[in-house]
Design a protein. Structure first.
Length: 77
């Protein structure tokens, strides 16, 4: 397919459904992931399951203040 080694992807909705499928695909291509979702426990478990250097960043996309902090938090990690 393609190589995403050395790149970072921010995936929202990563704690389940389509978001987790997208995250798995990106990780399989070598991307480092910033996993976002509203369920902290699921995010942490998913990051651990994927292994590697992925980070979990809880975010409620219905809260503008939480969304505003998401990208800076991902960059800081």
């Amino acid at each position: 397919m393609f190589d995403l080694s050395g790149m970072t992807a921010l995936v929202t909705g990563a704690s389940g459904g389509i978001g987790s499928s997208i995250a798995r695909s990106l990780a399989a291509q070598g991307a480092r992931l910033a996993l976002s979702g509203s369920n902290v426990d699921k995010l942490n478990a998913f990051a651990a399951e994927l292994g590697g250097d992925h980070v979990a960043l809880p975010c409620d996309l219905s809260d503008p203040e939480s969304v505003e902090k998401l990208v800076p938090a991902a960059r800081a990690q």
